[in-house]
Design a protein around this ligand. Structure first.
Ligand code: ADP
Ligand code: ADP
Length: 225
């Protein structure tokens, strides 16, 4: 059973208007358990659109998204949201942590929203922070952390509810090259250590080479290389 099957996805923004733009035309992608897939594409090619559709944050015009064997196409919004919260972790180029909460709280809160009790949520959050080397930063707010530390905390938050699928959109794209390499190491260790499946978009071919395989986006479709 695949963790993710994206099949025949079509997406046009502003359909029927003069400024219509077709971003995806029959895009398909499958991810097996434990597989880490690099998504490489020029900017503007539709990577973010594809990741948002795969992660149930946006809907395709045509095609299906199947997560862990469940076809999401005809699920109610409420059920889709529930699946997204428990099965999918998202990481962006910018951390998007809540500024008024500490690093620890940013990882505890999504677990509380998912019905985990506070003691267990706190243990799990501390464990995640230690695994990416920022346990000493637990009580700091995001503004007090370096860019690399902010991303490490964002990785922990994405994994807070033990998702089966991680989707990352240029997760180290706003860091300088040295920091990017180290932070990417931490992400890969976390992903490999949990056996998580992931799709990680990157412009960096050296980072792509460290994943299991690379999929290239071209003219709205995906080609395995
Ligand atoms: P990438 O992540 O590869 O840079 P995106 O998926 O963000 O690409 O965008 C692909 C194309 O779709 C771009 O031309 C972008 O301008 C356009 N686009 C993205 N989102 C919207 C939107 N909400 N409305 C209209 N056009 C959009
Ligand atoms: P980097 O070069 O990795 O981006 P910085 O120079 O931003 O790191 O920060 C170095 C260290 O100082 C980091 O461990 C960070 O957590 C800490 N730090 C940065 N800004 C603040 C701040 N406003 N308050 C407390 N600690 C901070």
């Amino acid at each position: 059973n695949n963790i993710l099957d994206v099949a025949g996805i079509t997406k046009t923004y502003n359909a029927g208007k003069p400024n219509a733009v077709t971003v995806l035309q029959g895009a398909s992608l499958s991810v097996q358990p434990g597989e880490v897939v690099a998504l490489v594409a020029p900017s503007g090619a539709g990577k973010s659109t594809l990741l948002h559709i795969a992660g149930l944050l946006d809907s395709p015009d045509e095609g299906t998204v199947t997560i862990n064997g469940t076809d999401m196409t005809n699920l109610s919004d409420r059920k889709r949201t529930a699946v997204r919260r428990s099965e999918v972790g998202f990481i962006y180029q910018f951390h998007h942590l809540l500024p008024e909460f500490t690093a620890l709280e940013n990882i505890v809160l999504p677990q509380l929203a998912n019905g985990i009790d506070e003691a267990a949520a706190t243990d799990h959050a501390k464990n995640l922070l230690a695994r990416v080397g920022v346990e000493t930063r637990a009580e700091h707010r995001p503004a007090a952390l370096s860019g690399g530390e902010q991303q490490r905390v964002a990785f922990c938050r994405a994994l807070a509810n033990n998702p089966s699928l991680l989707l990352a959109d240029e997760p180290t794209g706003n860091l300088d090259p040295d920091t990017s390499d180290r932070v990417f190491d931490a992400l890969m260790e976390l992903v490999r250590g949990t056996g998580l499946s992931a799709v990680i978009a990157t412009h960096n071919l050296d980072l792509a080479a460290r994943m299991d395989r690379t999929v290239r986006m071209d003219a709205g479709t995906l080609t395995q290389i």
